[in-house]
Design a protein. Structure first.
Length: 221
């Protein structure tokens, strides 16, 4: 089990809940920070003292206030700490459940676990810590499909193209004509409808506007 853990979370009630949940694991040192810059400073001091943190548990979103920050998100924080200390383990603890985002965090930044906040998420977090301490990865059930190898869950260049056309305000009939004019297949209306429906499920979007917003949030378009 980990001996030294750093928690980056800006909400007092969530911080208290996480601390209470972790107390059952008998972790020797658990430090908390409500700002990403503060978490980075604590990590720097720990490394300087030759007692680095073994695990970072971080939210992704941090509410901005009067205090100016160099690191404004949990993603920026985990990237910084991973660069400074490649062997640190990282668990993301967030309300976000977008599969593409989860996939990117695992594949690009090599995080070790992703736990979705919810009614029973503290138990899930404790479980994730135990799994990660044994050298394995963990995902909450809500985002389990993020690392699926199934072909129908992959987002390819064709899908990105559809998202860009939707973002331009084109309806599916217009998209069909556009694809036919550029000899891009599949280009039938029915195939486009099916693909857009798949994208809505993948990005957990309620409608086309929500779909485009989610894709933009992830920097895909």
């Amino acid at each position: 089990m980990f001996e030294k853990v750093l928690i980056a979370e800006d909400m007092d009630d969530i911080n208290a809940g996480v601390l209470m949940a972790l107390s059952e694991l008998e972790i020797a040192t658990i430090d908390q920070a409500q700002y990403c810059d503060d978490a980075d400073l604590k990590a720097k001091k720990a490394r300087k003292d030759d007692a680095p943190y073994e695990l970072l548990i971080t939210d992704l979103s941090f509410k901005k206030d009067h205090r100016e920050q160099k690191l404004n998100s949990g993603e920026e924080l985990l990237v910084k700490l991973k660069n400074d200390q490649p062997d640190i383990k990282v668990i993301v603890y967030s309300v976000e459940d977008k599969l593409q985002q989860v996939r990117r965090l695992f594949n690009t930044y090599k995080i070790d676990a992703y736990v979705c906040k919810g009614r029973k998420s503290l138990k899930e977090l404790v479980k994730a810590i135990k799994v990660v301490s044994n050298g394995k990865t963990h995902l909450s059930p809500e985002v389990k499909m993020a690392l699926s190898n199934k072909k129908d869950m992959e987002i390819d260049d064709y899908d990105i193209g559809l998202l860009r056309l939707l973002a331009k305000g084109m309806n599916q009939d217009e998209i069909s004509e556009d694809l036919k004019g550029r000899s891009i297949s599949p280009n039938s209306l029915s195939s486009i409808e099916k693909r857009v429906s798949k994208l809505k499920i993948y990005f957990k979007a309620n409608n086309a506007v929500h779909l485009i917003a989610n894709a933009k949030d992830l920097g895909l378009i």
